[in-house]
Design a protein around this ligand. Structure first.
Ligand code: ZN
Length: 194
């Protein structure tokens, strides 16, 4: 297999990505081309922040390829289910948004089928090799200015139901006790002695 110069330059990320993510998924490979393109358009800005518009694959790509991580707050993750990401200059808030362009993806039947979840019959390896061939040909980009809502560390409340703390901006009850959000049922619990 002869790798293009671009793929050779990115090879390290394909390897890192497979390790970090567990396997080299189609989304990971597209994401690596996306971040590479965004970085090239941005040139060498100062500190870069990132926003990804899906919780799948793209957060891992940004964490591998940039200093932005979910935990350090430089990466924001939107749950829009859109395959798009923005890298932008933290100070000026100018940046570039790169997205998977479905008009272009139409020329790549396996990628299209995989992304649109059609038939469920595409083999991942075939999708990945089609993406490797397409490189940037399935992507589009636009320059954007990011609207930033500064992260406030506001006052904290103690929820009267569970006794745990949460941002007071939620209201009196925490998100779970108020019934707004939930993800678990307690099966068994114990108060730590002491
Ligand atoms: Zn509570």
């Amino acid at each position: 297999l002869v790798l293009s110069t671009r793929k050779q330059n990115l090879r390290h990320y394909f390897e890192e990505g497979a390790k970090f993510h567990g396997h080299l998924s189609p989304g990971l490979v597209i994401g690596i081309f996306m971040v590479d393109l965004a970085e090239e358009i941005l040139g060498s800005p100062g500190l870069v922040d990132a926003v990804v518009e899906t919780q799948l694959c793209l957060p891992d790509v940004v964490q591998i390829m940039t200093p932005c991580s979910y935990g350090n707050g430089w990466l924001r993750v939107k749950d829009w289910g859109k395959f798009a990401l923005t890298l932008y200059d933290k100070e000026r808030r100018d940046g570039v948004r790169v997205y998977l362009d479905m008009e272009k993806v139409k020329n790549y039947p396996r990628i299209y089928q995989w992304y649109m979840r059609e038939n469920g019959g595409v083999e991942t390896g075939q999708v990945v090799s089609e993406i490797m061939g397409a490189e940037r040909a399935i992507l589009s980009w636009e320059r954007v200015r990011v609207k930033v809502t500064p992260k406030e560390k506001g006052p904290v409340s103690i929820c009267p139901v569970c006794g745990e703390t949460h941002p007071a901006s939620n209201g009196e009850l925490c998100p779970r006790c108020s019934g707004r959000d939930d993800y678990y049922r307690v099966i068994n619990g114990e108060i730590t002695p002491g």
